[in-house]
Design a protein around this ligand. Structure first.
Ligand code: GLU
Length: 424
């Protein structure tokens, strides 16, 4: 299938290096000009701030906040904000670059950015999280803007944090600018369908890939790693399409049942169990390391980055991987998956449904006119199907796997922006 692979002789301790390895490989295959490559190898702007927060115990704790703008060649920069302990400059830079490529793959008029705060949101009170989110919005007031840089949720954040950030931004500017942030609650300018959008994109991409593989949804089984916003919606929507979900897991526990897991029951369980799967009785509990290598046709890593490695890739049994998470596959594993003829729908395509509906939310905010959920879903599905087809075709044209084809597709579009806008 694939004649091109990413340089796998070096290990990638840095996530941004892993992005560059794929960027360089894709650039070579498609003959990207060196000028454009140099521009894209260097993020446009990196901001790091210190956020002193009064904790509930009265003591001040200083948090690190980041925002990296990778590119603005196709439009204002777009990308989420994550709250997690492993947030650092390198990770945010990698995630920002992926947003540039993801927006280009989905053909959205955006560049790419990402932000984050190094914190453990599960260990913080609601009041502490609110103060932290507002402090972050204050610190980034000159970065964010409806036509400048538009954040959204990512790991560890949701509509709640977006509402606080929007409110703080509105206080600073003295006017209501709902389009400055997406993934908001519906009542304050969010879009119907946004919550489920990333999982929905995973579903649409899975169905598109199965069709190419001549497989029907009712004939296949799937394992979904991650049961947060992306994984839980993906599992539910895949099950609704007739796919048998045989494995699920989150950071607390993993489960397998070859007869199929009742996803409605799992969702009802997590709703009453602080959002986590630990204690679920609808399937046999297995070790978390076993989930990715258990028997299934479709594997959806929808939790963390760097979970498919050189070590476990040879043991993966799935025929199709659909990456719900950002960066779940390490570059070292790419060639192993290619050699095993496993089709991999890469993150920058597979999880682009989220930012696609973020774009729809922004359009609705600008117009002040709101669409029905059906309208959102129909427009979303069409955009995803077109994106999938373009990348499938580029994979055949350039004789690559889908990951490099997605990078190539993104670079073909961003290259035009860089060249048309020019340099000093
Ligand atoms: N955080 C999501 C992502 O990684 C969504 C970004 C957005 O909607 O701007 O794609």
């Amino acid at each position: 299938m694939s004649t091109h692979t990413v340089n796998a002789t070096q290990t990638h301790d840095s996530m941004f290096d892993a992005v560059l390895a794929r960027l360089d490989t894709a650039a070579k295959i498609m003959n990207l000009s060196d000028d454009v490559l140099q521009v894209l190898r260097n993020p446009q702007k990196q901001v790091k701030v210190s956020l002193p927060i009064t904790m509930d115990n009265g003591k001040i704790q200083v948090f690190e906040g980041y925002r990296t703008i990778h590119s603005t060649h196709l439009g204002p920069s777009k990308g989420g904000i994550r709250y997690a302990m492993d947030v650092n400059a390198d990770e945010v830079m990698a995630l920002a670059a992926w947003m540039s490529f993801k927006c280009a793959v989905a053909n959205l008029p955006y560049g790419g950015a990402k932000g984050g705060i190094k914190c453990d949101p599960r260990a913080m009170s609601v009041g502490e999280l609110e103060r932290l989110s507002r402090a972050y919005a204050q610190a980034m007031k000159d970065i964010f803007g409806v036509n400048k840089d538009i954040p959204a949720p990512d790991m560890g954040t949701s509509g709640r944090e977006m509402a606080w950030i929007l409110d703080e931004f509105n206080k600073i500017t003295g006017e209501d600018s709902p389009g400055v942030i997406t993934g908001k609650p519906i009542a304050i300018g969010g879009s119907l369908g946004r919550d489920a959008a990333t999982g929905r994109g995973v579903m649409v991409n899975t169905l598109a890939a199965l069709k190419k593989m001549n497989l029907k949804p009712i004939e296949v089984t799937a394992v979904v790693q991650g049961f947060g916003n992306v994984g839980s919606h993906a599992a539910r929507l895949l099950a609704e399409k007739g796919i048998k979900i045989v494995g699920i897991g989150d950071h607390t526990a993993s489960f397998y049942n070859e007869k199929g897991i009742d996803i409605t029951a799992a969702l009802a369980f997590t709703a009453k169990n602080k959002g986590v799967l630990k204690g679920f009785t609808g399937a046999t509990e297995i070790k978390s390391a076993e989930l990715l290598i258990s028997k299934c046709d479709v594997l959806v890593p929808a939790a963390l980055q760097n979970v498919i490695t050189e070590e476990n890739a040879p043991k993966i049994q799935a025929k199709l991987i659909v990456e719900g998470a950002n960066g779940p596959t390490m570059p070292e594993a790419d060639s192993i998956l290619n050699d095993k003829k496993i089709i991999c729908v890469p993150d920058i395509l597979a999880n682009s449904g989220g930012v696609t509906v973020s774009y729809f939310e922004w359009v609705q905010n600008k117009a002040g006119y709101y669409w029905t959920e059906d309208e959102v879903n129909t427009k979303h599905d069409l955009k995803m199907e077109i994106a999938f087809e373009a990348i499938w075709n580029n994979a055949a044209h350039f004789k690559t796997g889908m990951r490099l084809a997605a990078y190539i597709t993104a670079l073909q579009r961003i290259e035009q922006g860089v060249k048309l806008k020019g340099a000093y």
